[in-house]
Design a protein around this ligand. Structure first.
Ligand code: 3HC
Length: 311
């Protein structure tokens, strides 16, 4: 370690300067960014699976087109984020291997099944809503390529969130069966969505450094609270009830108080034992094997172009 350079580095962070790929940075800063950015990218790619599950079963051509566009966007976000991780010297194949070997994580939320069409509305409204809450501050992250990738991603996420909420509105204003389907989906997804923001601050091992290095602008609990405060009124507007009897508005703090999150479920899901982990990893391995020929063709083409250029 180089205390002099680390001091100068921290002074740049405190002065709100952007760190760029060729700047000097502490090894730990580089490593924690590769960890977070690559797992963010994995989340986007794995997230295509539960959503993609309903493309062939969307209730109308309009819904199918919007869902198709959203799933394609998620793939693009993944590509964007892997490229941001590569600026830190990480090789994409290594990142993929870490995901497929179970060494790297992806967001817990994508280990839950999408059982009805209302789940697609919930994913847009709540999962993308939570992702936006988490990604807007990341637009001001101290690492340049990550922050710039987030600006484009946030624009597309707000379309995802709007189309999800519109699906919920249509269901809640529909037949009693449709309203019941929307309520049943909310009952299954509400608590897992709150876990997307990560463990509570007292149990979070990275938050302290992430805040000092301005990778995080808010802690996990702060973002979770902001999300709950923004989302509960939206759910009430839909005429839905949240599956949390302790959810009450606190006039003093002007925030919604909420019940205890089941952290044993959270730990079980991120340890690989959630409802769909094995299925998702099986699909990711199959995708990797099926696409091997595309990687080989792209490499052969690139080598040929390089030989021609050097001839
Ligand atoms: N799912 C899986 N792992 C999680 C998690 C979750 N919901 N929340 C926390 N973790 C993991 C962390 O990765 C860390 O494990 P690691 O050291 O092996 O990486 C451990 O739990 C401790 O958590 P910390 O809070 O200390 O870790 P972080 O400081 O990294 O905070 C985070 C976790 C808030 C998820 C942060 O990494 C982050 O902001 N990541 C970028 C955003 C992101 O990944 N979002 C995924 C949402 S889904 C998405 O964006 C797709 C959208 O289109 C729907």
């Amino acid at each position: 370690s180089d205390p002099e350079r680390e001091k100068r580095f921290q002074a740049r962070i405190d002065a709100e300067e952007r760190i760029e790929p060729n700047d000097w940075m502490p090894e730990q800063y580089r490593r924690t960014l590769i960890r977070q950015i690559s797992q963010h990218a994995h989340s986007e790619i794995v997230g295509m699976l539960p959503e993609g599950n309903w493309i062939t079963r969307a209730p109308s051509l309009k819904r199918k087109a919007a869902l198709l566009a959203k799933v394609q966007d998620e793939g693009g976000h993944g590509a964007y984020l892997y490229a941001a991780a590569e600026t830190l010297g990480a090789a994409r194949e290594d990142l993929e291997d870490e995901l497929l070997s179970g060494k790297a994580k992806y967001s817990s939320i994508f280990n839950y099944p999408t059982l009805s069409w209302a789940d697609i509305g919930i994913i847009g409204w709540l999962v993308d809503g939570a992702a936006i809450m988490n990604q807007i501050p990341l637009c001001r992250c101290s690492y340049g390529p990550y922050a710039r990738a987030m600006i484009r991603v946030c624009k597309e996420e707000s379309f995802h969130q709007r189309q999800g909420y519109e699906i919920m509105l249509a269901l809640c204003r529909g037949t009693p069966e449709q309203k019941a389907m929307a309520q049943e989906a909310l009952n299954r997804w509400w608590w897992p969505v709150l876990m997307m923001f990560g463990p509570s601050d007292k149990d979070s091992q990275h938050t302290e450094t992430a805040m000092r290095w301005k990778i995080k602008r808010f802690t996990n609990d702060e973002l979770r609270q902001k999300f709950i405060d923004a989302t509960v009124p939206q759910g009430h507007f839909l005429g839905l009830t949240f599956p949390d009897p302790a959810l009450t508005f606190n006039e003093t703090t002007q925030h919604w108080d909420f019940g205890e999150i089941d952290w044993t479920e959270f730990k079980r899901v991120i340890a690989g034992d959630g409802p769909c982990n094995r299925q998702r990893m099986k699909q990711m391995r199959a995708k990797h094997d099926n696409n091997a020929w595309v990687r080989a063709a792209a490499l052969a083409y690139a080598n040929k172009r390089q030989q021609r250029a050097e001839a």
